[in-house]
Every structure is written in C-alpha cells, then in structure tokens.
Design a protein around this ligand. Sequence first.
Ligand SMILES: Nc1nc2[nH]c(I)nc2c(=O)[nH]1
Length: 279
Amino acid sequence: LDLDDPTTDPFAVARAAAAQLAEATGVARHDVALVLGSGWGGAADLLGETVAEVPAAQIVGFTAPAVQGHGATIRSIRITGGDGGASGGGDTHALVLGSRTHFYENRGVRRVAHGVRTAAAAGARTVVLTNGCGGLVPEWAPGTPVLISDHLNLTAASPLEGATFVDLTDLYSSRLRTLARTIDPDLPEGVYVQFRGPHYETPAEVRMAGILGGHLVGMSTTLEAIAARHAGLEVLGISLVTNQAAGISPVPLSHAEVLEAGAAAGPRISALLADIVRA
Ligand SMILES: Nc1nc2[nH]c(I)nc2c(=O)[nH]1
C-alpha cells in the first residue's frame, strides 16, 4: 500500500486509511471532513467534543508533517450543538485533518489528495477546505475570511491520473456558500489561484493573477478540491487572508503583522467555521 508505487491503487490506500481511522477512533463513519490551514487551527475545539486524536503518521498514506507539532494529528470530533440529531441518524462526526501535504513538498499529487480521499472512504459527504492566503483586494484586511467561489489551478498538475475526465462546474458548492452566508451575510467571495510555491509571488505575478480574474493567491486547495469532487464530496472552500499579496500594499507588511492578524482572526473564523459545519 505504498502511494509512491505507481502500481498501487491510491483509492485502496484511502480505504485502508479509513479502516485504520475507524479502528483508532472507534467511530465507524465520519460525515464531514475539515482540512485546517494556516490560522484555522482553533476551529476543531469549537466544533464539539474530541472523541479521539490520532498521530497522522500512524495512518497509512499520511506523512509526518515537515514542521513537527504543526497539524501532526487527525481528530475525530462529535459535533455538539447541532440540530440534536433532529435530522435523525444520531450523532454527526467530523474528521479534522490537521496535517495537509502541500504540492510544493514534492511528495507527489497522490499524497496531496490522500486526505480528502480518506475522508470520502470514511463516509464523509462534505469537505471544508481552509487555507491562509494572500489577498488582491485592498479592502480585505489581514484576518478577513473569504468564501472561495472558483479557482485557477496554475500548478499545471492534476491529482487525477489517466482518462479521468471530471466536470468541475460549481466545484465550490453554491449551496454551501449560501448556507455559509446565512451564518455571516457579510462574507465576501473570491477566486483562489494556486501557485506551485514554495516561493511567494512577485508583484508582477500577483498582477497577472488579478488580470486572470483571481482575488486570492495561495499554495494549496485546488488539487484537493478536484480530488474531492472526483471522490463525490461536496466542497466548501474558505480562505483566510493573512497578508496582502505582494505589491498590493504600498507598504511591505511585516511578518509580525501577518502572524498577529491571523491570530486575532482565529476566534472569529473558528466560531464561523463551527457554526457553518453545524448548520
Ligand atoms: N502563494 C501565496 N501563498 C500564501 N500563503 C500565505 I499565509 N500568504 C500567501 C501569499 O501571499 N501567497
């Protein structure tokens, strides 16, 4: 079950990972999955009660994160404060994937897609993809959450292999975006542009992204979203603008300001995310 072996079926690895997670957490099915990017870490605690927390490296296909401690676990959360199971079927469980493999790690697209494939194999019907990113809209101050309405995948890669032709119309579910706006009507929307990274964009590349119709620049999310759609998941994408993209702000932002903005926004966006998932 080695994802690096081309003859391995990545979906068999995802099924094995889901079985290991069910065993490790005691939760047979997870209804929704969340990928928590920079700044979104606090959302898990607000979602409900942590049933189990598993080191990601223990589950097949996941790799120990480059930065130890940062998102090194996968959490199973029983969502509380929802409709109390009025929708029948008892408790709702969320799978929180703290560890994300970025395309720029050069570990292959299969590892980038493994988390959402595992979530689908674990029974999830919905995935919420969050990230930290640069903003092209001056009014979006650092700390602003933005719903992703569509994406431009500038990585020149796909998580899919072979003649896997997948429609990406409404990839970022308009139903879920409407639902999110019932929680916070002021949520802006934007087109997310994934660059390969790990370097940031030049001001000229940021201007190019704007000309192409982008509003947010980042180094994740689009490949995961494509894999999630292929796996049959409904996708909601939310970005946290942690900085103004290169060249947008006349005054170069200090890294301290970026970290401060992300941290300050933490409680608000975590509460927002928890409310959206409960809805
Ligand atoms: N590509 C890109 N990724 C990012 N991630 C974060 I946080 N800020 C940025 C940014 O300005 N550009």
